[in-house]
Design a protein around this ligand. Sequence first.
Ligand code: NAP
Ligand code: MN
Length: 272
Amino acid sequence: MKNTGKRVDLIANRKPQSQKVLHKLREKLKKQHFIINDTNPDIVISIGGDGMLLSAFHKYENQLDKVRFVGVHTGHLGFYTDYRDFELDQLVANLQLDSGAKVSYPVLNVKVTLENGDVKTFRALNEASIRRSDRTMVADIIINHVPFERFRGDGVTVSTPTGSTAYNKSLGGAVLHPTIEALQLTEIASLNNRVYRTLGSSIIIPKKDKIELLPTRNDYHTLSVDNSTYSFRNIERIEYQIDHHKIHFVATPSHTSFWNRVKDAFIGEVDE
Ligand code: NAP
Ligand code: MN
């Protein structure tokens, strides 16, 4: 049987509607001679919401240069999703015409060094947040080798531009257009009074600068990376930088502009 040569993996969440779309789309793709492949695909289609795209990203985070993603949303329009679940025929048609065009966004690299010398690295598409597990987190924050402040509070997040509309926004951070290659450092409930001082506002940090965080009181800290959470004892430092790899999406002819997505998600229709 002739095939398009394109290998596609489909990933869906457990919701009945997502499972329905998964089966429908898989059949449509097979009919058009796409190869279904869940180990080294060219294209990864996530079905569900932005949260599902995060899971798809983490499944392929070590093959970012080889894959391109497509998001199908089974609810409203999302930030990482270019198609709604009633646009499957259009999606298949666009994939048939596709010649490899892509849209790419920055990814966050997080390196955790423990006091015993162990090093763990993570990639985040939205953000990484660090908190102390029970009491106030105290940590020195260093920006581009400048000892910037001693933070006291619940914790901090470092987000990517596409992650700026997620947790970062709930914390009062700015919304960043994803063509701006920068990281955003945002505080989670900092203690500010006569004795303790932090900048208070979010900081946008350029690609060349590294953010370092050194906890001063060491015991357990909780690190959340997108939709996963890890617990660490005795962290010496955490380093945050823009990753060498970007996430690539299949360029979509009908791609909704970023500002339309922000408006659709947070504002809705404006009365004239
Ligand atoms: P979830 O708790 O099920 O959903 C979090 C919500 O954030 C969902 O509505 C999700 O959209 C939306 N979302 C995800 N990425 C987004 C983005 N880049 N821009 C705007 N909205 C986005 O968790 P999840 O679905 O696994 O997603 C994990 C993310 O939740 C984390 O990366 C973090 O950003 C966010 N989060 C937010 C808060 C907060 O705002 N207080 C607290 C913890 C975590 P869908 O419905 O389309 O999936
Ligand atoms: Mn979700």
